[in-house]
Design a protein around this ligand. Structure first.
Ligand SMILES: C[S@@+](CC[C@H](N)C(=O)[O-])C[C@H]1O[C@@H](n2cnc3c(N)ncnc32)[C@H](O)[C@@H]1O
Length: 233
């Protein structure tokens, strides 16, 4: 590693974080519509499957990182019940601004998922949907998730799973098409590219293990295009 790779790395990550914020600022008004089209209406089943992996119980505390427009929050509220505590965190104010009726009594936090303003060992489960491929530093984000979890607490990621087959090519094409329909072609191109560049579920599971999570596993769904990855502190 060269002497200047530290500052250069920081500059690259800062630039990437700015680009990601710009993309989500632009697509915030159409994000929910885009998701419904891209997921062919299956998104809520996938979210429910991910929340089931969190093993949350009534009265628990859940943190949803990269919560966006809050689509995980109603699922998490059902899991923790009215006595539980919910927090949603996102770095993009226009996305948080569209949480609306999905709010489910959650506290909303405008922050970076790599610097979570939550105390250590205070959370029973951390969920992150279609978020890890966007954060500027994957390892740091996983370490933060691990830090805020109570012993035994679980981290669950739900995201696209890169594969070489025809379904993935179709999915990339679909993202471009939906971007065109919604008037946000370049932003949706970013979503397709970030999926292609993201870790496979197997690689992501290995990253979970590297930050000290136990019982790490993953499951592919929907022709292998979607994956849940989980682990416990
Ligand atoms: C694809 S959306 C997913 C939203 C939501 N989780 C869902 O299931 O629909 C990704 C979200 O990650 C947020 N995000 C990107 N980088 C982030 C970061 N470093 N910290 C927190 N949120 C971030 C974006 O603002 C966006 O709302």
């Amino acid at each position: 590693m060269g002497w200047d790779s530290g500052p250069q790395l920081v500059a690259e990550r800062t630039e990437r974080a700015r680009l990601v914020r710009d993309v989500f600022t632009r697509i915030a008004p159409v994000y929910d519509r885009g998701n419904a089209l891209l997921s062919l209406g299956f998104e809520n089943r996938w979210r429910a499957a991910a929340v089931a992996k969190s093993e949350l119980r009534p009265g628990d505390t859940a943190l949803d990182l990269c919560c966006g427009t809050g689509s995980f929050l109603p699922h998490l509220r059902r899991a923790v019940g009215n006595s539980g505590t919910l927090l949603g965190l996102d770095v993009c104010l226009p996305m948080l601004g569209r949480v609306g009726t999905r709010h489910s009594g959650a506290g909303l936090v405008l922050a970076d998922a790599c610097r979570v303003p939550v105390g250590s060992a205070t959370v029973d489960a951390v969920t992150i949907g279609w978020g890890l491929r966007n954060v500027p530093d994957l390892r740091l984000c996983l370490e933060e998730a691990g830090r805020v979890l109570r012993p035994g607490g679980r981290l669950v990621s739900l995201d696209m799973a890169h594969s070489r087959g025809a379904p993935f090519a179709a999915c990339t094409l679909m993202a471009r098409l939906v971007g065109g329909i919604l008037g946000q072609r370049s932003a949706y191109c970013y979503l397709a590219q970030s999926t292609a560049a993201f870790a496979s579920p197997e690689e992501l599971a290995a990253e979970f293990s590297k930050v000290g999570l136990r019982g790490v596993g993953h499951r592919r769904m929907f022709f292998g295009l979607i994956a849940i990855v989980w682990g416990a502190k």
